[in-house]
Design a protein around this ligand. Structure first.
Ligand SMILES: C[S@@+](CC[C@H](N)C(=O)[O-])C[C@H]1O[C@@H](n2cnc3c(N)ncnc32)[C@H](O)[C@@H]1O
Length: 270
């Protein structure tokens, strides 16, 4: 298989990756046949998967806009993924040209493509790091250069925590990041769940198994388990809800039923 210029030498292009599968669902071009094969297999069980991803991205954009309207001008996006359309830095910097954005991901393609997209953008940077090691994120040169930890930050954990197993203590990682950020900071979060999926859970499990097979398990948590990530935060209205229900610009009932899968919310520290 030929290796395109955007694929770093370090990656094994015969093994699917969650960020490239996600890129495929979103109609992006940074994916290989192995990724598309895994995505198509998951879609045999849950044909509406791309709708879930689109609703996730639409929520993310509304939440970034909300944060900007609240006067937040620093964004730390962990698990930022492969840039496609309507990325966080574009939304944040169109609302406020002085906004600072740091993308963090542990996937080499996500990091390389983010670097390419951000070339020449002095207000944005990329860190190759792992959410499970929050201190490395906080101590990174790009966070030091772009983020003033004495002022509020919008921390984005959008569609990432469902890739962190309980054994890796995702709650502790989220708490460490919360404690490092100034009061008035926001947590913008989405998470997969069997709740809200317009299918019997046994059917959805088939899609979840695809992620197990590629050794990147997808952890479906209950609403209650997801709400625990907001410990120490006050929920912004309307709370932890299906993505299209969070401050929609249009009537959410017009959405595809799949869009209501999982949960989205924003919290603020006092
Ligand atoms: C489904 S994508 C979400 C991308 C973007 N946040 C969005 O919602 O459009 C999940 C991203 O999280 C990254 N990721 C998963 N586990 C991670 C970890 N422990 N540390 C850093 N990044 C991680 C993956 O590489 C992938 O790019």
């Amino acid at each position: 298989m030929e290796r395109p210029a955007w694929a770093p030498r370090s990656i094994d292009i015969s093994v699917p990756s969650v960020s490239r599968i996600y890129d495929y669902y979103l109609g992006g071009s940074h994916n290989f046949e192995v990724d598309r094969e895994a995505a198509r297999k998951a879609m045999e069980f849950m044909p509406g998967l791309p709708k879930i991803m689109q609703a996730n991205r639409a929520f993310m954009r509304r939440a970034v806009r909300f944060a900007a309207d609240e006067g937040i001008d620093q964004f730390l996006d962990v698990g930022s993924g492969i840039p496609t359309f309507g990325n966080v830095h574009e939304v944040a910097q169109s609302a406020n040209s002085g906004a600072r954005v740091v993308y963090v991901d542990h996937d080499p393609v996500a990091v390389a493509h983010s670097q390419a997209v951000l070339a020449g953008n002095d207000g944005a940077g990329v860190v190759a790091a792992d959410l499970r090691k929050p201190r490395e994120i906080l101590a990174s040169a790009e966070v030091e250069r772009l983020i003033d930890l004495n002022r509020p930050v919008a921390l984005l954990l959008v569609a990432i925590l469902h890739f962190v197993e309980d054994a890796d203590d995702p709650y502790e990682a989220v708490a460490e990041l919360r404690d490092a950020l100034a009061p008035g900071s926001l947590l913008v979060l989405t998470h997969a769940s069997y709740e809200g999926i317009p299918l019997p859970a046994e059917r959805a499990e088939g899609a979840v198994d695809v992620y197990k097979d590629i050794r990147n398990p997808l952890i479906m948590r209950s609403r209650e388990e997801i709400a625990r990530f907001f410990e120490g935060y006050d929920m912004v209205e309307p709370g932890l809800v299906p993505p299209p229900v969070w401050r929609p610009q249009e009537a959410p009932e017009d959405e595809d039923p799949y869009a209501f899968s999982g949960f989205a919310g924003v919290g603020r520290t006092a």
